[in-house]
Design a protein around this ligand. Structure first.
Ligand code: UFG
Length: 342
């Protein structure tokens, strides 16, 4: 019998890539998504890649009753991966209560349902935003967490604390929090990828939309940072590598190989890349000369951060495989593919 994994937010960017990898690994995937920031047709893509169409239940995880009746029908779930959340940093500053309600109420509802129905394994989407601007780079999991600069970031910090306390209370639930650095790119088939609504906030979709002609030019936020070339530095990892880490985390929990009830892992490449290096990589793989202009710094931007992924490398046996160039190429292939259709 295939083991069943619930993926909340499974029609979203990282969720859909993870659904593909879980199916490839032989898991039975069930998705809950309210389609707030994604589309049902993503299921067609998952089916095209894997030959399997996951079950999708469309409802809001803040709806305690709906979630309760879902778990009553699905108490055989072996693990939950919880992606569903609001994720726009700037928007969270304008709408803090919506962010706290959505991200925290849904998390509490899921953990309560898991306890009630004795579903023991939980994987949480966390973020390197919890580190703020780290004093030492690369940053390890034991680095002190900094006060969050946005309500969004705070929901990740508080979310981790809620999970830790829940695990510590009675050890019924075992959990892994995965702190993502900057996921980019798309599935190599160009059948699924990132579908930002409106004007993209993140660098890579903004680059690809500029290159294809939807945006006039990329605004590069600042070139006077204390970094070798003056541009901000991030750790960009390919979304398929990130998706695979979730499969490893689920295998670890189901196989009882976790060493503590609650574990935290950095997921990054270990390599810092500046905004200008990211642009150069895109130009190289696409053959396009990108239109961009350096403008003021973006408020709230961290100057430089990249991961020390050695804990994930040794403990999980997980390591990123794709280079920046490969990740950029998949992002570009995906952009060309979606524009061809529409
Ligand atoms: N950037 C630009 N122009 C743009 C967009 C981004 O120059 O139009 C620069 C930013 O200043 C930054 C880099 O590109 O230096 C990356 O910016 P992103 O917005 O792509 O990513 P961030 O590192 O700011 O944010 C990401 C996630 C957040 C998460 C954060 C830390 O989008 O959800 O990492 O984990 F909180």
């Amino acid at each position: 019998m295939k083991k069943k994994v619930l993926v909340t937010g499974g029609t979203g960017y990282i969720g859909s890539h993870t659904a593909v990898e879980l199916i490839n690994e032989g898991y039975d995937v069930v998705i809950i998504d309210n389609l707030y920031n994604s589309e049902e047709k993503v299921l067609d893509g998952i089916e095209k890649i894997t030959g399997v169409r996951p079950v999708l239940e469309v409802f809001d995880l803040c709806d305690h009753e709906m979630l309760g009746s879902f778990f009553s029908k699905n108490s055989d779930i072996a693990a939950v991966i919880h992606f569903a959340a609001y994720k726009a940093v700037g928007e969270s500053v304008r709408k803090p209560l919506e962010y706290y309600r959505n991200n925290l109420v849904s998390l509490i509802n899921i953990l309560e349902s898991m306890k009630k129905h004795k579903v023991p394994n939980f994987v949480f989407s966390s973020s390197c935003t919890v580190y703020g601007q780290p004093e030492k780079l690369p940053v390890t999991e034991s680095a002190p967490l900094q006060p969050a600069v946005s309500p969004y970031g705070n929901t990740k910090q508080v979310g981790e604390e809620i999970i830790r306390d829940t695990v510590d209370a009675d050890n019924m639930i075992k959990a892994i929090a995965l702190r993502y650095f900057n996921p980019i790119g798309a599935h190599p088939s160009a059948i699924i990828g990132e579908l930002p609504h409106g004007v993209p906030e993140n660098l890579v979709p903004y680059i690809t939309q500029t290159a294809i002609g939807i945006r006039e030019e990329l605004k590069v936020f600042g070139n006077d940072y204390d970094t070798p070339d003056g541009y901000c530095i991030r750790d960009y990892l390919h979304v398929v590598d990130l998706a695979k880490a979730h499969v490893v985390a689920v295998n670890r929990l189901i196989g009882g190989k976790n060493k503590a009830g609650f574990e935290v892992f950095n997921l990054g490449t270990g390599k810092g890349v500046s905004v200008m290096e990211a642009i150069s990589s895109f130009e190289k793989v696409s053959g396009i000369s990108l239109k961009y202009k350096v403008v003021e710094r973006r408020p709230g931007d961290i100057e430089k951060i990249w991961a020390d992924p050695s804990f994930a490398n040794t403990e999980l046996g997980w390591k990123t495989q794709s280079s920046l160039d490969v990740a950029m190429k998949t992002a570009w292939d995906w952009e060309k593919q979606i524009r061809k259709k529409s």
